[in-house]
Design a protein around this ligand. Sequence first.
Ligand code: DGL
Length: 285
Amino acid sequence: MSRGIGVFDSGVGGLSFLRALRAEMPHEHFIYVADSGHAPYGERSQAAVLGRSRAIVRHLADQHVKALVIACNTATAASIHLLRGEHPALALIGVEPGLKPAASLSQTGRVGVMATRGTLDSARFAALLAAQDEKTRFILQPCDGLADAIEHSAASGDESKTIALCAYYVSAMGTFGKKPGQIDTLVLGCTHYPFASPHLRALLGPQVQLVDNGEAVARQTRRRLLQEGAGAPGLAQSTEAGCIGKADEAGAGQVSLFTTGQPQALQAAAQRWLNLPASVIQLSF
Ligand code: DGL
């Protein structure tokens, strides 16, 4: 088996990006680490999130991954600038809320941004916001408890808390719709939130556009592997030739799942959201 691509998140949320990564690069081997034993990150200090990110990146670097996707907006904001300095030879790819694509999709010039408090309070997010065109107004909504509710719904199947929090935060942002002054585009600035999309969609109706960066990050990761000549056999042909899903021709990629929390929770989430019947190994650090 060729060297893997590491992917990590505070918990099960990064599976939404793993789904996009697998669709983009079906021949690659992915090693996913959920830090569910220490989730959620969003309401923890930047120093605590940096400490956990450092430990997980070191663990994955020791597995000789050929690239590492920090599939967590909160961890990216708290750590990527330092981790890049600490691992100069590692291709580290971070994620951030999709403000720019949302601004270009919006017709009303009003964009809602749902993210964790840690992401929205970070210097990295402040810089991202400052770099946007002034004609778009961003309505920022810290969503305390939402990632945690999604995290727990994976194993229990009970989404009542997720639904209640989505309703609460959507109404806190203002009025959604296509009319002047209304919010017509909503950024899902936490990798857990795509798993709440059906509930958000039900609350917002079909006109409001939901934006997450999963596919863009998957394309960026693929480009990076190609640049470095580190792709698995078949990478160069896979999606550009329109062969998504035909992994068998060059050998289907494997997925290895690890968690610092309860293996059943990650296993249930992978089965439920990715239709992935993989077993999960528990890590204790
Ligand atoms: N999924 C993470 C993100 O993208 C964080 C969720 C959390 O642990 O609070 O920000």
